[in-house]
Design a protein around this ligand. Sequence first.
Ligand code: NAI
Ligand code: MG
Length: 358
Amino acid sequence: PASKCYNIASIPADGIGPEVVEAAIVVLKQLSETLGSFTIDFKHYNWSSETYKKTGKYIPDGGLDELKKHDAILFGAVGAPDVPDHISLWGLRLAICQPFQQYANVRPTKVFKGTQSPLRNCKVGDLDWVIIRENSEGEYAGQGGRSHRGRAWESATEVSVFTRHGVERIMRFAFETAQKRPRKLLTLVTKSNAQRNGMVLWDEVAVIVAKDFPDVTVDKMLVDAMTCRMVLKPESLDTIVATNLHADILSDLAAALAGSIGIAPTSNLDPTRENPSMFEPIHGSAFDITGKGISNPVATFWTSAEMLAWLGEDDASKKLLDAVERVCEKGIVTADLGGKASTVEVTNAVVEEIKSSY
Ligand code: NAI
Ligand code: MG
């Protein structure tokens, strides 16, 4: 009999979000049924740009207290053509990440078997990274303002905030992540040549935290040079830590180098475990393909596997990701990976793979 039951909040939200979250729920239910070691209960929240347009709010009053009762959150994507992106992002996604102090954003990337990197010489195993993004402050701290709106002398500031507390906790998390991986290699991304305050604090704190991890090798890269290294020497990297903005950009590059944004997952973690963590695909709501049934569900499958690992179900997590990889290897992939399969066909193939292998 199943021993554990996990309560997951699902927030599919906008665009292709509902398509990929639905696919992930089908696969997770099959996995729990086949393995029989745990069950998963989903509670759905229809918070989206539609609710925003009707009520003026993405999250209703008391919504966060509701959310807090769950073991984890499975998130789709937020963003609609007729709502400004800064409203949707701050209204839903950041409105969860920030109060829940999900300060560690983890973005694993690798070339899957059966998928191809756009890099000519990059094979399976050559690109296998985990990017750790600071997720609570930095360039996205939300500080700044605008004055003299609409005038020729209008000015706007976007203030980056780096606190010793914030930098130290993300560094510690990054070193711990690097230490758990076989290569024990951490690349510290910075821009302390041009940004001489926040980024210098960032570097200094890294040196202090490094003392507690003598077995981890650290190397330091300026963010601009980092883009070249990612493209030219992907095999030279393993775990990467960067600020909110830098890692936002580098992780999209990473996803593209691995083959498609349609496979890349991300976890927004509160490592203190005081609040639930949130798991989502990296991609957005993709209006251009919404409703066509062709969105790639693999990113959401992978983030579901990350969610299982975070809940302590390491074996189930590995089995899920292995099943997904075997389906890709068979060539059952969506158009973004060069295939012809629909979202439902990929989902059914993963379900069959789970049924037949475990
Ligand atoms: P996007 O990720 O939605 O789409 C970029 C391109 O990738 C599109 O051509 C799309 O069709 C393709 N794509 C994305 N996911 C795919 C999948 N699973 N399978 C196949 N193809 C896929 O980024 P875009 O167009 O910049 O943003 C659209 C909306 O999404 C905006 O409102 C934006 O603010 C929002 N957004 C939300 C995010 C979130 O909720 N975490 C993240 C990124 C964007
Ligand atoms: Mg991004």
